[in-house]
Ligand binder design. Structure first.
Ligand code: SF4
Ligand code: SF4
Length: 172
């Protein structure tokens, strides 16, 4: 009995946490019809991703599984699901809310952690190699300009991006 009560409490608290995030407000409207999963191009290519399952697990309070399995990082943000959901669950935005919670709790795939570090240190998410710089003129491309790092650092500081602990985890 106690176990059942604890499960309900953890489901409610995770659901409340998601709903308090920007984008997560509509998650509890889901009635598990599966329209999102059948509209999702990513779910068609891999069994590792299913938006309906992510919502179900979230509403059941399976916080660790949702935040650490890597699935939430596979959404391509195409919004097909969101256009079609009969309950108007803002699914793609719920996934963003889940990612934001995951980042706050230090669960971020290596690749995104590296993108963030590159952005903060060099103003680019992917560093430009000397090889690429040398090749650009061969393709008629102009030399790359400096990334405007000072301005970017101000923006990152104003948004709090630079205060996030970009801990590395596994790749999705
Ligand atoms: S389409 Fe909407 S209501 Fe149906 S499972 Fe997906 S989120 Fe839930
Ligand atoms: S926004 Fe994400 S979950 Fe929705 S259909 Fe596109 S890839 Fe799938």
């Amino acid at each position: 009995m106690k176990h059942e009560k604890e499960q309900k409490t953890s489901a409610t608290s995770f659901s409340d946490e998601i709903r308090s995030q920007l984008g997560g407000e509509t998650i509890a409207l889901c009635y598990q019809c599966g329209t999102c999963a059948s509209s999702c191009p990513v779910a068609k290519t891999t069994e590792r991703y299913n938006p309906r399952d992510i919502i179900r697990l979230s509403l059941l309070g399976e916080k660790q599984e949702v935040l650490t399995s890597g699935a939430i990082w596979l959404c391509s943000s195409c919004y097909n699901c969101q256009e079609r959901c009969p309950q108007k669950v803002e699914i793609a935005d719920v996934i963003y809310a889940l990612r934001n919670i995951a980042i706050k709790e230090g669960h971020i795939p290596n690749i995104y952690s590296e993108f963030a570090t590159g952005l903060m240190n060099e103003g680019r998410i992917v560093p430009i190699s000397k090889f690429v710089e040398k090749k650009r003129p061969e393709y008629g491309l102009p030399p790359l300009r400096p990334a405007g790092l000072d301005t970017l650092k101000k923006i990152l500081a104003a948004t709090g991006f630079d205060k996030i602990q970009w801990k590395k985890e596994g790749t999705p």
